[in-house]
Design a protein around this ligand. Sequence first.
Ligand code: ADP
Length: 399
Amino acid sequence: METVEYASRVPSVLVIDDHEQNRELVAAQLSAAGFAVREASSGPGGIQSCADNPPDLILLDVLMPGLNGFETCQRLRELPASRNVPIIILTSLNDLHTQEKAVESGADDFLTKPLQRTELLIRVRSLIRIKLLQTELRNSYQLILDQRNALLRIEGQKDELVAMLVHDLKSPLATISLNLGFLQEAPKLSIDEQEALADSIQAARQLETLAINMLSLGRAEDGRWVPTIAQMEIREIVESLARAFKHRLIARRQTLSVSCPDQGRILGDSDLLHRLVENLLDNCVKYSPAGSAIEIEVKAEQDGFLELRVKDQGAGIPPELRSRIFEKYVRLERNMQAAAHRSMGLGLAFCRMAAEVHGGRIWVEENQPRGSCFCVRLPVSGPTPCTTQQEIGAMAAVP
Ligand code: ADP
């Protein structure tokens, strides 16, 4: 006896034919080939058998009293249990019209009588194999879909939790920064105390920036970002940052030179632009060597745009990473270890979102003779009114 190797269980075939002798002949050939065969002597009987326990394949005779093979086939296709079961129509009429009707009624194949044993087995085997593969594919697809939905749910819950945590961290961090700054003004601090205080202020500021970047990006992604647009001076932002970074620059023996035109007025969200420049400057201090020079240059272009360049003498960004570096969580390999505790790769993603919200853009070039030059181009007239909440969300969500 030939064995059937399509699955761990024996595949089942339902033979629907009113002619007992024909039915038993087909059943005998299939049983001998290792299939589990069931029989039904009418269309309604076959439909009931399918509804109770769908087989892996149906062999269906055309000429039957009452419900004929085509009508039975149509009903079987409407039944959820047999919708995907392959059906082979058995007919003694070898004409094109019958074949077309077989296809129209939903059959997968047809065989003409008298049946040839080999042909019967080949068709039955291949259709059952296809059906099993389809079932496997459908199950795998469903599994992937379920896993994806579960992951999305978990991710949503995680995002909510992170947003809540970050939000709650913001005010205590601001208080810590403020109080440490206040202590820094105290007279008679020893050198060690001053250094400890400066380190603490720096750490608190980094945490604050991280919290704010995470919150802003999260809000922008959810479409909850509302920029506050007003006339503002880029020069004021740059000068206030130069003052805020003074201690850090001194501690790292870095110099900061600023070149800013008087006509640096633009329409924009001053808080957002302040944090954009702050992130860029923070990176220059972090990622370039002690004793190196940092430069901020602002130029009003002829075409109604303002260009801001933040340059350093660090290791720079390799050309192949210059566009990817603005994606969330992207950090340079070489910095992975050193930056593991302080870099999340969110700062530049925030900068891109902030530039694009203003209808501008950000990119990075090589600085000469070494280092990186981060360039921000902003329209002086502010963002176009068509920058909708959805567009802001889409900008922030770009991976
Ligand atoms: P983070 O805020 O965590 O530092 P960013 O998104 O600002 O993350 O920066 C992403 C990565 O880009 C950093 O981990 C660093 O490797 C690299 N990078 C950013 N700015 C500079 C720079 N000025 N010089 C060299 N590498 C930089």
